[in-house]
Design a protein around this ligand. Structure first.
Ligand code: 5GP
Length: 126
C-alpha cells in the first residue's frame, strides 16, 4: 500500500531498522549523511537504494525540513554511488517515489538508482 507522504515519521519503518542495524542489508556506501544498499527485489541489473541518515518520510519532507548540509550530503552521496559503480557512462536512472500517486511503499526517503541496461521509456504506458 502506498504511504501518505505527509505522515509523521515512523521510527519502526523498514529502512529505519536497516539504518540502526536491526535488519540486515547489502550495503554499498555509508557516510555521515547517507547510506546506500542493494534493493531486495532488483528491477534492473544494478538497483541501489540511497537513503538519508535523517528521519525524513519523503522527498517532500526532506526538501522542506532538512538543513543544507544534509541536502548537499545526500545529493553528493547519490552521485558518488553512481560514479563508484561506473554508471555515469553509459548512464543510469534515478527515481524517487513520493506518496500515493508516486507509489511510495517505504516511509523513509529513498532514491532508486538503476543501472546496467537501457532503462526504456520514462514511464510505463497506462
Ligand atoms: P518504493 O516503492 O517505496 O519507492 O520502493 C521501496 C523499495 O524498497 C522497493 O524497491 C523494495 O524492493 C525495497 N525494499 C523493501 N523492503 C526492503 C528490505 O527489507 N531490504 C531492501 N534492501 N530493500 C527493500
Amino acid at each position: 500500500m502506498p504511504i501518505d507522504a505527509t505522515q509523521a515519521y515512523d521510527d519502526n519503518n523498514i529502512f529505519a531498522r536497516i539504518l540502526r542495524g536491526d535488519l540486515p542489508s547489502n550495503p554499498v556506501y555509508d557516510d555521515e549523511y547517507a547510506f546506500a544498499f542493494h534493493d531486495i527485489n532488483p528491477q534492473a541489473p544494478l538497483h541501489i537504494l540511497v537513503i538519508p541518515k535523517g528521519r525524513y518520510v519523503s522527498w517532500d519532507d526532506f526538501s522542506a525540513k532538512a538543513n543544507d548540509a544534509e541536502i548537499a550530503g545526500f545529493i553528493r552521496a547519490v552521485g558518488h554511488v553512481a560514479r563508484e559503480n561506473n554508471l555515469v557512462e553509459p548512464g543510469y536512472r534515478l527515481l524517487a517515489n513520493i506518496g500515493q500517486h508516486g507509489g511510495q511503499e517505504v516511509p523513509h526517503l529513498h532514491v532508486h538508482l538503476f543501472g546496467g541496461q537501457f532503462m526504456g521509456p520514462m514511464l510505463a504506458r497506462a
